[in-house]
Design a protein around this ligand. Structure first.
Ligand code: ASP
Length: 418
């Protein structure tokens, strides 16, 4: 069997989990393991920096390119509306599954955990109007420097439409944008080629530092989040895809690389370049659609994160012996969905969103101290679900726009991995 890049990434992940866990368990204070952790931390951060470096310019030029050059320019409003609707709907499903599973298994009752109270400030729940106004950049350079995805999308739309309407006079700009797009994807290709090393470094560092011992006291909570993540990823997404005549098995196969990247980096935003590449080259989605739908998804769609918030809220309430009312459950769904719109997709942001949810339903925010220890690994898992959700909605939107190349989607994976 020929080893494809996806196989190599998977092998790197497994070896990193094995060596990292053994290092943590048996040799955690040897200078060799300490040095390996420092080295892999540095390598992992450099790898992440390479990915992050390309995100903003890639999103900017691909959307500009899409608006200027393709027919999708005229239907962007519809595409935007459908994707936002799809993202919000899947988030509501996700958090409902989290709440339901947590209520069935009741992880917090009778818990003997002791609180390790960190200093936590409650983040303010975003006000819908402020969130929407905040989408519009006042300074294009600041939007780019801050890497504010929605602002970058709006910036690209405004400039793209202007360039398109005076295309003949600004043909040099159009050529530069097109070539800029090619350069960005070339960089992404090269980063993906070295990704087994980067993925190894990121995962080795996490497992060698955290180890498995940390999960034992919280094993109930941990397994319930994983169960809810699995149900959402395998049932909700599969049903949605099947509803649109798309094979879920093929979809998961085609999305392996972004899913592994999301797991290793714990950042949907840093994974954008890889998601775009997989959707275009393996799933057959036109770039004019994916370059628009995916950055929106990476920002507002966090199904995995919403699931964690549902389970964590029930867990914390039960730990404190508080019985949540139906009103409070609805409030959790609403706040978690709203919070996911306004927050950036970077590692650990789920905990900040959780402070909003707990604050909103009147639960003690210090309860986060109970689950903070296991959050890193759950962050990796839920980011993988976040990215799978981004891709699912992108595929459905592309299919409803008749912009899905079914031939490419169904090609054999081995052919596509060449
Ligand atoms: N790390 C997640 C993401 O980037 C967000 C979170 O759950 O903390 O999608």
């Amino acid at each position: 069997m020929r080893l494809t890049l996806t196989h190599m990434i998977l092998i790197a992940m497994l070896i990193a989990i094995l060596f990292g866990s053994i290092g943590n368990l048996y040799f955690s204070d040897t200078s060799f393991v300490l040095f390996s952790i420092d080295l892999s931390d540095a390598m992992g951060r450099i790898f992440l920096a390479c990915l992050q470096l390309v995100v903003v310019p890639l999103v900017l030029v691909s959307i500009l390119n899409a608006v200027i050059n393709t027919h999708a320019g005229s239907s962007l409003g519809v595409i935007g509306f459908r994707s936002i609707f799809g993202y919000l709907l899947t988030t509501v499903f996700a958090i409902s599954i989290g709440l339901l599973i947590a209520n069935i298994f009741q992880p917090g009752f009778g818990s003997t955990l002791t609180l390790d109270i960190p200093t936590i400030e409650v983040a303010d729940t975003p006000n819908v109007i402020d969130v929407v106004v905040g989408f519009f950049p006042t300074n294009p350079f600041r939007a780019l420097l801050d890497g504010n995805m929605i602002q970058v999308i709006i910036l690209a739309l405004i400039f793209g439409l202007a360039i398109r309407s005076i295309a003949v006079k600004v043909d040099t700009w159009i050529r530069y944008i097109d070539q800029g797009n090619m350069i960005m994807f070339e960089i992404v290709d090269r980063i993906i080629k070295i990704s087994p090393i980067g993925v190894f470094a990121l995962i080795f560092e996490t497992f060698a530092t955290e180890g498995f011992g940390i999960f034992l006291p919280l094993i109930d909570y941990f397994l319930i989040v994983i169960l809810a993540l699995l149900i959402h990823a395998s049932v909700t997404y599969s049903l949605l895809l099947m509803l649109f005549g798309i094979s879920p098995i093929k979809y998961f196969k085609n999305m392996q690389e972004p899913i592994f990247f999301a797991f290793s980096t714990a950042s949907s935003a840093a994974t954008i370049p890889v998601t775009l590449k997989a959707l275009n080259e393996k799933c057959g989605i036109d770039r004019s659609i994916s370059s628009f739908v995916i950055p929106i998804g990476a920002t507002i769609n966090m199904d995995g994160t919403a699931i964690m918030q549902g389970v964590a809220t029930v867990f914390i309430a039960q730990f404190y012996g508080i019985v949540l009312t139906p009103d409070q459950f609805l409030m959790v769904i609403l706040t978690a969905t709203l919070a996911s719109i306004g927050t950036a997709a970077v590692p650990g942001v789920g905990l900040i969103m959780l402070t909003m949810v707990l604050g909103q339903v009147g639960l003690p925010v210090e309860g986060i101290g109970l689950i903070i220890g296991v959050d890193r690994l759950l962050d990796m898992l839920r980011t993988a679900v976040n990215v799978t959700g981004d891709g699912t909605v992108a595929l459905i939107v592309a299919s409803s726009e008749k912009d899905l190349d079914h031939g490419k989607f169904h090609e054999l994976s081995s052919e596509k991995n060449k």
